[in-house]
Ligand binder design. Structure first.
Ligand SMILES: Nc1ncnc2c1ncn2[C@@H]1O[C@H](COP(=O)(O)OP(=O)(O)OP(=O)(O)O)[C@@H](O)[C@H]1O
Ligand SMILES: [Mg+2]
Length: 263
C-alpha cells in the first residue's frame, strides 16, 4: 500500500511554505576597499515581521538595506527573499527589485513626472500593466496614503511629508513582498514626521514584512516586533523592543541609547 505525503500547506501568493523566512541573510560579508562594512551578518526575518534597525552612524545600516535589494553586491554569503536567492543581474534582478520596495531618506521621485505618473511608471514598464489598470491601482494607493487629491501635481509642489507618502505608494504599486525603509523621516520637518509614520504603522498592521532603519523610538515601540542594534558592521543585539529599550545588554547599545534618549 502506498501512502501519499500530506498536502503542503496551502499558499495563495508564494511557491514557498509559510515557514520560509521572507528575508534571509547567511554569513553576509561586504567591504568597500579595506573597510569591512558588513561582518558575517546572519539575519532571518519572518513573514509579516517588522524589524527596526538601530545603530550609530557608519555601522552599516544603509548598506544592509542596499544589499537586500542588491543596490550593492555582496562579497560572500547568501541573501534570499521568500526562499529565492538574489539574482545577480538582468530580468530576474529587475523582478526581484519589484518584490522588494525601498523608501529612502530623500524621496527620489521623478521631478518631471506627475504624482500619478510617478506611481504608475514601474507597474506599466516593469509589470506590463495597462495604463488604465495601473492608474486605478495608483489612485487607490494614493487614497490610502491620503494624497489622491494631489495626483496631477509635480513632486516639487508637494510638502516633504506628502512626497514621502508618494514614495511609499510608488513602492506599494509593485505589490512588494518586503518593504525596506532607510531613515524615511529624517529629512522631514518635525510636523510631517507623523503623517509618514502613520502610513508605516498601518502597513505594519496589515502584515507587510518590513525592515526599517529609523531613530523614531515611538515607531519602534509601537510597530516593531523586533529591534536589531548594529555596531561596526555586526548585529550586536537582536531582541523585542521593550527588552532593548529597558534593558540593553551591550555597552555599545547602552551608550547609543543614552545619546539618543538623553535629550
Ligand atoms: N559606496 C561606498 N563606498 C565606500 N564606502 C562606503 C560606501 N557606502 C558606505 N560606505 C562606508 O561604509 C560604512 C557604513 O555605511 P552605511 O551608510 O551603511 O552606515 P549607516 O549605518 O547607514 O550610517 P548613517 O547612520 O550615517 O546613515 C561607512 O563607513 C561608510 O562611509
Ligand atoms: Mg544610513
Amino acid at each position: 500500500m502506498t501512502v501519499s505525503p500530506p498536502d503542503p500547506a496551502p499558499r495563495s501568493d508564494s511557491a514557498h511554505p509559510d515557514t520560509t523566512p521572507m528575508i534571509s541573510l547567511e554569513s553576509v560579508d561586504k567591504s568597500f576597499g579595506d573597510l569591512h562594512v558588513l561582518k558575517h551578518i546572519d539575519l532571518q526575518v519572518s513573514r509579516g515581521q517588522v524589524v527596526v534597525v538601530l545603530g550609530p552612524s557608519g555601522s552599516g545600516k544603509s548598506t544592509l538595506c542596499r544589499t537586500i535589494n542588491r543596490l550593492e553586491a555582496i562579497d560572500s554569503g547568501t541573501i534570499r527573499i521568500d526562499g529565492d536567492l538574489l539574482p545577480e543581474e538582468g530580468r530576474p534582478l529587475a523582478a526581484l527589485r519589484a518584490e522588494v520596495g525601498m523608501v529612502f531618506q530623500s524621496f527620489n521621485l521623478f521631478a518631471h513626472k506627475t504624482i500619478l505618473d510617478n506611481v504608475t511608471l514601474a507597474p506599466i514598464k516593469v509589470r506590463g500593466q495597462s495604463k488604465a489598470k495601473a492608474q486605478a491601482r495608483a489612485i487607490e494607493l494614493l487614497e490610502r496614503v491620503g494624497i489622491a487629491d494631489q495626483k496631477d501635481k509635480f513632486p516639487s509642489q508637494l510638502s516633504g511629508g506628502q512626497q514621502q507618502r508618494v514614495a511609499i505608494a510608488r513602492a506599494l504599486a509593485m505589490d512588494p513582498k518586503v518593504m525596506l525603509f532607510d531613515e524615511p523621516t529624517s529629512a522631514l520637518d518635525p510636523e510631517m514626521v507623523n503623517e509618514v509614520l502613520d502610513v508605516m504603522v498601518s502597513l505594519a498592521k496589515e502584515g507587510m514584512t518590513m525592515l526599517v532603519v529609523t531613530h523614531e523610538m515611538g515607531f519602534a515601540r509601537k510597530a516593531a516586533d523586533r529591534v536589531i542594534f548594529m555596531a561596526d558592521g555586526a548585529i550586536v543585539e537582536d531582541s523585542d523592543p521593550e527588552s532593548f529599550f529597558t534593558a540593553p545588554k551591550s555597552d555599545r547599545a547602552k551608550d547609543f541609547l543614552g545619546k539618543i534618549l538623553g535629550h
